[in-house]
Design a protein around this ligand. Structure first.
Ligand code: GLA
Length: 731
């Protein structure tokens, strides 16, 4: 059984294939977090908690004269505020006459088959035939009437525990929630590092590793989207943890809005990690009988370093999250018009690009921004989802049909959450955007944000998007979101509910996506927020692939995709070959390298093939043939980061290995060269040690053991920015 309660020791035990997670009911009914790590036998772990009379650590009244029982240092599963625990709490709420104390005592539990359904938000699902159970523990505060349900779905075979929290007001008065974390993870020690993923527009998900030290280190977003700046994913790891060794714990939030992940080292050298909706500016009113649902957090543990942790996340996100039929289907190779034409096109130009794209072997043509309303620049027309017949005289239907006649599928760009002041929609409904009364709205890319906390606005967007999808034969939608949200005030909510706006916006977005997908279940949705500004598991539930970054420079992409790969599989990262000099950095890299780097993702192009030489076109045809031939290996093989681009300035290498270990693809890109250079080697991973492999185009065969221990020489004739792909096959 993946979930058990041992009544003798009052311990809840969650077990996955390789990990155990233990909680214990304290003698006064508090829920203590006892252990999360390597799978252990069923034993009483009570001895792990050492009680002591610590100065200035208060004791709950029910402890009587026992001065050794204090929530100030006990490891807790969900920490309530003003209860004598001075670490950052899991919940903060106000009720009655302004009281804020809360004490969550275990009041009951349930073990149910299947996965927890997260109301109104995405979550992991169990696939048919897959084993999994959910434990729900009910904590009660009898004075406030707040009931906190902690839920744990155990994905036994996948080594994952998905947590979430629901708060119900069982009292008689309105309560105001000010902080509700989806996960609190207490460690009794703190000799750890924190790894997180930070960046900016055009340079997302850089890898940062810092020691956990006194105080609180927090990452998060207040931008209304999960953001370019921080990703809702973090890792706590031992000092010695590396790619292939050491303990690490992953925390991933299935949420696309403002989030917080905080790591606090307390005065006794213990660590607390909290993750959930960002409390900054957040509040949520709960009337008697109402329930608040927090987003899901996906937890994983590995005793063998980051690679194994990544494999756990890759597998669960690939198989148990994405709900599109494309979950298992190969993704089409696409050509996107953005860097090919920007706003400067007409129907004929688009058709000539598409014709060349078809000739290259591309499967799908995507018409990016600029096809609707009076959109000739980024300063107008968002909200007016009607065709621009001046630009596209033939209209979307005819265009899409002509493109289909070329043997291509057709896709289109939209940015449904936004409105331009220069638009029909804005003229009709100036009150539909987020802004505060009496103040001009903050602009971003000249645009304002529609108030998705309003049902009428959501319904308009659903209708508009269904309208777009019915304009022609459309198989793919790039769903963009091109600014950070500033104001969080909605015209339809009361004064004391304005703290709900940003969360309600996200719920509105999920509702919109749900409805549009329901009507168009077979369309492939690609997420985008100025590239990777909303690259999170919740969006991946709706949109199986996300435009990884607006930065298409192959060398910058090495770092961006490296960081992204810690949590997200290759099948989620859209990556395109673009022209050189690169439009974002001016760098010139070989077409071959651009292809290799874009194949470290969902492969495509973003250039004008009518401007390519015959030689370049032939090279693209080869790239597409190669990608299609090895699609399963690339998209579903186990992924290994062979180098760390932050440490190795000379080359970056990565590898995919098929599940049966018979095939592997090794990719290497040279990032710097020196005269009369050292011979460098790269050690391979994931092969069968005692089997032999041939490397295509190389002489001889070598044991997996040798290739993994001594490695292979990086071909010395590769000049700066050159790259190579090597196919290995078991002999
Ligand atoms: C965003 C996207 C780009 C492109 C433009 C169009 O920046 O990330 O890929 O679609 O919008 O305006």
């Amino acid at each position: 059984m993946a979930v058990r309660y041992n009544a003798d020791t009052k311990t809840f035990i969650l077990e996955t294939k390789n990990s155990s997670y233990l909680m214990k009911v304290s003698r006064y009914g508090n829920l203590l977090h006892m252990y999360y790590g390597d799978r252990i036998p069923d034993e009483d772990v009570d001895y792990l908690v050492v009680l002591a009379d610590r100065g200035f650590s208060p004791n709950p009244n029910e402890a009587g004269n026992d001065r050794t029982f204090s929530l100030d240092f006990l490891p807790q599963e969900f920490s309530t505020s003003r209860s004598g625990d001075y670490r950052s709490p899991s919940i903060e709420a106000v009720w009655g006459r302004g009281e804020v104390s809360c004490s969550g005592k275990v009041a009951g539990y349930e073990i149910c088959p299947g996965a927890e359904k997260i109301e109104g938000m995405p979550g992991l699902r169990l696939m048919p035939g897959e084993k999994g159970e959910t434990l729900i523990i009910r904590l009660e505060d009898t004075v406030s009437g707040l009931e906190i349900s902690l839920s744990y779905t155990v994905f036994e075979e996948k080594d994952v525990i998905a947590r979430s929290v629901r708060v119900t007001n069982r009292g008689e008065e309105t309560a105001r929630l000010e902080k509700v974390m989806s996960v609190t993870l207490d460690f009794m020690e703190s000799d750890f590092d924190l790894v997180y993923f930070s960046g900016r527009h055009l340079m997302e998900r850089g890898v940062r590793r810092i020691p956990v030290s006194d105080g609180i280190h927090s990452i998060g977003s207040s931008r209304g989207a999960s953001s370019h700046q921080y990703n809702p994913f973090a890792i706590v790891c031992g000092k010695d943890c590396g790619e292939d060794n050491g303990q690490c714990w992953g925390i991933s939030l299935v949420y696309s809005g403002c989030f917080l992940i905080e790591a606090e080292k307390d005065q006794f050298g213990q660590l607390r990690v909290n993750g959930g909706i960002n409390p900054q500016g957040f509040s949520f009113l709960l009337e008697p009988g109402e329930t608040f649902q927090a987003p899901q957090a996906v937890l994983a543990w590995s005793g063998r370093g980051f690679t194994e942790l990544s494999h756990i996340y890759h597998r669960i996100f690939r198989e148990n999250l994405c709900r599109s039929p494309y979950r298992k289907k190969p993704r089409p190779v696409l050509l996107n018009s953005w860097e090919a034409a920007y706003f400067d096109f007409d129907g004929e130009k688009i058709l000539s690009i598409a014709k060349e794209a078809a000739d290259l072997g591309v499967d799908l043509f995507v018409l990016d921004d600029g096809w609707f309303g009076c959109r000739n620049n980024d300063d107008a027309a968002l909200g007016d989802w009607t065709e621009n017949r001046e630009k596209l005289k033939m209209g979307i239907r005819e265009l899409s049909e002509k493109i289909h006649d070329m043997g291509l599928q057709f896709g289109i760009w939209v940015e449904p959450e936004m409105v331009s002041e220069e638009s029909e929609l804005y003229r009709r409904h100036p009150d539909w955007c987020l802004r505060e009364p009496g103040r001009p709205a903050v602009r971003g890319r000249y645009q304002l944000v529609l108030d998705l906390s309003r049902r009428d606005v959501c319904d308009y967007i659903i209708e508009a998007m269904n309208g777009v999808l019915d304009m022609g034969k459309i198989e793919y939608v790039k769903w963009d979101m091109n600014r950070s949200i500033a104001e969080a005030w909605s015209a339809l909510l009361d004064r004391n509910r304005q703290g709900e706006v940003l969360h309600r916006y996200i719920l509105g977005l999920y509702y919109v996506m749900d409805q549009v997908i329901l009507k168009h279940p077979d369309v492939l949705f690609c997420g985008c927020a100025g590239g990777g500004g909303r690259f999170d598991p919740a969006m991946l539930y709706y949109q199986p692939q996300i435009w990884c970054s607006d930065n298409t420079d192959a060398v910058n992409r090495l770092k961006i995709q490296y960081g992204t790969s810690f949590a997200y599989p290759v099948s989620t990262m859209e990556a395109h070959v673009s022209v050189c000099p690169n439009h974002q950095t001016g760098r010139i890299t070989p077409l071959n390298t651009r292809g290799i780097v874009a194949m470290d993702g969902v492969f495509g192009y973003e250039l004008d093939p009518t401007r390519m030489t015959e030689e370049e076109k032939e090279e693209c045809r080869d790239q597409i043939r190669f990608y299609k031939k090895y699609y399963r290996l690339i998209a579903e093989g186990d992924y290994y980061r062979l180098t760390n681009p932050y440490e190795n300035r000379y080359f970056t290498a990565w590898q995919q290995v098929s599940q049966d270990r018979k095939k592997s693809l090794v990719s290497i890109v040279i990032t710097d060269r020196e005269g009369n250079d050292a011979q460098r080697y790269v050690k391979l991973k994931g092969l069968e040690a005692d089997r032999f492999y041939r490397i295509e185009g190389w002489k001889g065969k070598y044991s997996g053991k040798l290739l993994m221990s001594a490695g292979i020489p990086v071909p010395a004739d590769l000049t700066e920015y050159a790259g190579i792909q090597l196919i290995l096959k078991m002999a």
